[in-house]
Write a protein that binds this ligand. Structure first.
Ligand code: 5RP
Length: 234
């Protein structure tokens, strides 16, 4: 199967992440095409090396892939502690603040990332931005009955708001929680990510959103050609 240079970069990041796992670790398993390479590489380590790990998936998609590649699964109810979580991102800024949620999995992704001793982000160069919100809109997951008030509040905060629509389904995208997603475009990007994070966290009707402030400890950047480089939080 032919792959693009960007696929090779994603694979390099994913395979590097899988090397961080050790016997006995409880892992957070992220969602998306980059993390999928990590899950596949972990599955190979389980088969070939007898690696003993347990994973908490961040979405139905991650859960299904983890089962397909033979990763033992667990929950945060069983044990709230995770040694390591890895996940993709849509944007990474110079402070290692992130936007996530292209796959609408940001709520579970944030719960899992927050429980981990180390949250490692997997990306390629296309995800690096000077300012969040310039490459992708910001996803905000809302109760369907709160769409109107939350849309108004987001517009007052300077955003242009689109309800995310299904692709091969009529009507809105329904998240793994049964909620809807508003994609918020900020002209020129998000000027004050910490302030917007606090504002969104306090909005009634919002379950969660795609701003990940101060959560990432490290970013593995996969490079075209198969190399990797690391960015560490200062
Ligand atoms: C899903 C996410 C993904 O991790 C993010 O969109 C990156 O995905 P990909 O690795 O496919 O570019 O946040 O909600």
């Amino acid at each position: 199967m032919s792959t693009t240079p960007q696929d090779d970069a994603k694979r390099a990041a994913g395979e590097q992440a899988a090397r961080l796992a050790d016997n006995g670790m409880r892992l957070g398993l992220g969602t998306g095409s980059t993390t999928a390479y990590a899950l596949q590489a972990l599955g190979r380590r389980v088969v070939e090396e007898g690696l003993q790990i347990e994973g908490v998936p961040t979405s139905f998609a991650a859960e299904r892939l983890a089962r397909q590649v033979g990763l033992p699964l667990t929950t945060l109810d069983q044990d709230t502690h995770l040694h390591l979580a890895f996940d993709g991102a849509d944007e990474v800024d110079p402070h290692l603040h992130l936007t996530k949620g292209r796959g609408a999995a940001q709520a579970r992704e944030k719960v899992v990332a927050a429980q981990a001793d180390r949250f490692v982000v997997l990306a390629d160069d296309s995800k690096l931005v000077e300012r969040l919100g310039t490459r992708m809109p910001l996803p905000v997951e809302v109760l369907p009955m709160a769409v109107g008030p939350v849309r108004d509040a987001l517009e007052r905060a300077g955003g242009r708001v689109d309800l995310r629509m299904g692709q091969r389904k009529d009507g809105p995208v329904i998240t793994d929680q049964g909620l809807w997603v508003l994609d918020v475009h900020f002209e020129g990007g998000i000027v004050d990510p910490e302030g917007l994070n606090a504002h969104l966290n306090a909005l009634p009707g919002v379950l969660d959103h795609g701003l990940f402030i101060g959560l990432a400890h490290q970013v593995i950047i996969g490079e075209i050609g198969g190399g990797v480089r690391m960015l560490q939080r200062a």
